[in-house]
Design a protein around this ligand. Sequence first.
Ligand code: HEC
Length: 204
Amino acid sequence: MHTVRQISNRIIVLLLAGTFLLSCDRQKSMRGYDYIPDMVYSRAYDTYSQNPNFTDSMTMRVPVSGTVPIGFTPFRYTIDSVSRAKAGNELVNPYLPTEDVLARGKLMFTTFCIGCHGSHGKGDGQLFSSGLYPLKPRDISAGPTARLKDGQIYHTITLGFGSMMPHSAQIRPEDRWKLVLYVRELQKETQGARDTIPSGGKSK
Ligand code: HEC
């Protein structure tokens, strides 16, 4: 004879087992229970869903040509040397070499340039000296690079130069200008060192 208590215990066990089995059947992406279905099943087309209203079936639309994002300054130069010279003549560095500006420029240099150009810009970075990168990076601390205008160095960072890759995706415009000023510091440092080299013992 089963008592009422035993029967109700069995019912509870069966219910629990049933719930367990049903929940096993569920997929992770299904919650099984929709709270506010209007929000769960969007009436609008989802970003990546197919869309019968457009001939290309895509919901995401390409911005109207010529659209410029807020805060973005278009760079109207091309990679050729004529355009590089033009950038040199037209672009003006909006920053002055203050302590903060140079600190930021140095951070950019040590993050993105030091590997190839080396800590003093001599073109002897770890990537090159270890043999991992085969192309000799330029010595940007002196010589022709020291004679480049700010806009030309900015152009180089933005679009790349010869075998050097562009860095416009990694470095923001304002940081590129600060970096240009830091490159100038490296050039001053080299110039200073050169000026203090005693010339072949004549000084005695
Ligand atoms: C992967 C290595 C590499 C990295 C990283 C790199 N460069 Fe270069 N850079 C080169 C090479 C190689 C050249 C020479 C390209 C050529 O002559 O074809 C060069 C050339 C230059 C020039 C042109 C020099 C001239 O006289 O015209 C400048 C300026 C310059 N790099 C600055 C930078 C700055 C600033 C950074 C950091 C944002 C940087 N480079 C990052 C490899 C690199």
